[in-house]
Design a protein around this ligand. Sequence first.
Ligand code: HEC
Length: 206
Amino acid sequence: MSRARCLGERHTARAILCAAAAVLLVVRVSAQSQAAPYSGIGRTPTATEVRAWDIAIGPSGKELPAGAGTARAGAPIYQAKCAVCHGPALEGTKYGPPLIGSRTTLATSRPVRTVGSFWAFATTLWDYINRAMPRAPFKEGSLTANEVYALSAFVLNRNGIIGDGDVMDARTVPQVRMPNRDGFVPPKPDWIWYERSCRFGRCDPR
Ligand code: HEC
């Protein structure tokens, strides 16, 4: 019995059959998920392979590599490698989103989320440019650390967040205060509620 027919069904007998079919499906899927783990497939990655994938940069920036760059150094790189999609003034084109502005739109019913208006951490900007730009086959990940620092500095500078001679490096990128840094809800409101209620002795101590 097709799923589409089940969903549209009003007739009681059919509905019971549909429910039974759904239960059987669940039983089958869970039986499969308990099957023996795969064997003879894949292998443990080497340390070099793990290192090549392990490029995520967290808000503390402790994973940032050596290197440095300023907006001044980033400007010609941006024009050569990014402007074609993001526009010469970061205003966006049909090939890439704007990287600037729209700060006042966030609290409206049509928020425009750009690096300048929305992003909470400059480390995310570094990470994103490093892993995903320029967006073209085989070009992602092709930038050197110095280029990524310079391009991050350029985008931050054009958004009015840092000066055009400010050096961005492993120490300074995490210190950049993004305009929307405090615009996010806490990551785990239920946990915060739990901690607060504990202070009043209403929690269950574990
Ligand atoms: C071929 C077009 C193209 C080129 C070249 C390109 N980008 Fe992008 N870029 C995109 C597209 C498309 C997206 C949106 C991707 C998505 O949302 O999945 C994007 C997203 C971004 C974002 C995230 C924007 C946001 O708010 O989500 C940043 C930052 C960025 N690009 C920086 C750069 C930089 C720096 C360069 C130059 C090294 C560059 N891009 C080159 C097409 C391009």
